[in-house]
Write a protein that binds this ligand. Sequence first.
Ligand code: C2E
Ligand code: MG
Ligand code: MG
Length: 751
Amino acid sequence: MSKGTIICIDDDRLILSSLRYQLQRIIKSTYEIEVAESGGEALELFSELEADQISIPLVICDQNLPDMGGDSLLSYLQIQYPKTRKILLTGDANLEAVIHAINAANLYRYIAKPWDETDLGLTVKAALQSYLQDEQLLDQNRTLRAVNAQLHAQMNERQSMQQKLQDSEQRLESILNSLDDVVWSAAVDGFQLLYLNPAAEKVHGYAVTSFLNNPDLWSEVVHPADRHQVLHFFEHLLAAGHLSIEYRILRPDGEIRWLKNRGHVITDVQEIPIRLDGIIYDITEQKRAQAQLLYDAFHDELTGLPNRNLLMERISQSLKRQCRVPNYQFALLFIDLDRFKIINDSLGHTVGDQLLVAIANLLEHCVRSADTVARLGGDEFTILLDGTQGIEDATQVAERILETLTSPFQVGDHSVFTGASIGITSSHEQYTDATLLLRDADIAMYRAKALGKGCFVIFSPEMHAQTLSLLQLERDLRSAVDRQELVLYYQPIIALKAGQLTDVEVLVRWQHPERGLVMPSEFIPIAEDTGLIIEIGKWVLQEACIQLRYLQQQFPSASTLRVSVNLASEQLQEPNFIHDVDQILTQSGLDGSYLKLELTESMLMAHEEKHITTLRQLRDRKIQISLDDFGTGYSSLSYLYRFPLDTLKIDRSFVSRMMANPKDTEIVNTIISLARTLNMNVIAEGIETEAEATHLIHLGCEYGQGYLFSPPVNRQQLEEYLTANQQWFEPPQAPDASPLSTPPPITRSMP
Ligand code: C2E
Ligand code: MG
Ligand code: MG
């Protein structure tokens, strides 16, 4: 293959051909030979060869060319092709041109014409050789530079990798240093600690170096109760591959903290363990939160007492013990506060809550620490008495509680009285389920309430049957209105001095298909508990107004007769109450001035503002308001001034005791004076004897009601009264006039 092209330039074709001929002999076929006859032709040839990327190791150029001097051409070529070896041919040893060419064209040699062929051969070979050496040198240089660049690049890469490694190590260290969790490494053989981050000191309260220097410190810091877990942790971890344990530590400052240690085994490619690594988290807060949740699940938030869940758990435990331990007994007290709802509604929930807390404390003081005082919710508490000797243990506790409750509680600015009704049940082989014990204690508590509150009752199996029958009664009551089983009875109210009938109080009864006539005391409380009272009360009011309107029209003696209807608290709070009253008055055609509504003191205690508004609305309709059972309620009389009331009904307990007890006479007297001051009427309830009636007239009481005149009677009997239009009572003319004149014949038989 050709190593390049030699260019010969001369305007003499003969010289050119002899030159080509001689050169071919010198160089054989190693190089191509091209010729040009002028400078221009030569330059063209150069650029063609260059374009074809053919190297030009040598140019032999005559000095005398038709278009330029050989020295000038070579000088020009030197700029473009510096590597090409340049030889000048001179005919007449033109020294000036040679010197110019040596300087400007880096001339390799000049040859004088005519030349000696051997000389030409040596010169050409030497020139080519020199060119080749240059080329080789250049090549080597190029290779060297490439290697150099590669080395440089490798070095740069290594440096940047080192930097990265250093950065990431720093990062890792700063992370490990800033962690709150403890990071540790231990050796596989002997489990010596190799590394601990600074968090170890924060968590344990001992310096990292203390742990690294004293291998036993690791387990010494652990709470003695949990130490067994930690002692063999590393062995177990190594066997399992990964392991997590929770334990407590005792810090030098005495604080106990919960830790979770999660370790895993690091292995090499052959899965041979090389290290143990792990993280220790401080889980104290988490444990605290868990404990709090657990506590909350079993305790009442307000009082901190065990709640129903915990109580049931404890009863279950007692039941189990009963099976195991011979003669083991226990008892359950179900305590419900009397009048708590009234206190809560009238004094506010804050006072109610404070009272419950105070009661909780009191109950805890009434029992031993082994007993469980629990709050079921609202105003319901229970006491589980553990290991009792007999029922007396339970009744003693109940008596103690009732006794303590006779003193008032100071709650904030208020002095509050509250009683309690207590149901007791004691352990029995027939009890297998905690809920049954609670149910029976509850039943007994209800019985205590029914017996007038403020007492305790021991459960007996008949009570259960009675409760079931009560449930049945409740079920029946739901349909009583629809089935028209409710009937109205009427009890006359007499103007004492005139002995004339002025009002009738409407008292509801339930004509039960199987039980016969059921009295309101038996079903009104059920109706109130179940909300049925709204429907029943509305029916009573409607029926009373319709009946009275009819009587007014039918009987001349009834033309100004008024009807008095008892209201339940729930009715007064009903948003539609006034609307219903309006509707009933319109439908019945009764004028509001013939209707009286009876409320009790306790109904007015709560929601005072709202009730004042309602009572004013009633007064706008000329409806009058009586305060029933007056004197049995609350000592604060200030509300009497605030409410628009018309009549006070003295409770029959005062009337019945009045003759025997001067204190009761005093009370009755005070009530009458109070009513006079407030411009209100007074009705004495429950007058059973003439002596009572006479005494009441003497005290200034205007109206009376009671068996002396008539028990509540049915519609037919009332009509008979109205037809007879009798004189009901003839008061003695003077206080000392005795015996009293004979009263008119009156019906004394109870309906
Ligand atoms: P109250 O409103 O205080 O009614 C007076 C109660 O005393 C009546 O009992 C009546 O029979 C009784 N009584 C009347 N005179 C005498 C007497 O001389 N001696 C004795 N020992 N008792 C006498 P009753 O009818 O059993 O009603 C009991 C309570 O039931 C009523 O007391 C009232 O609070 C309630 N009640 C009755 N009917 C209704 C009603 O329609 N709605 C509401 N919400 N409650 C009613
Ligand atoms: Mg009444
Ligand atoms: Mg009454």
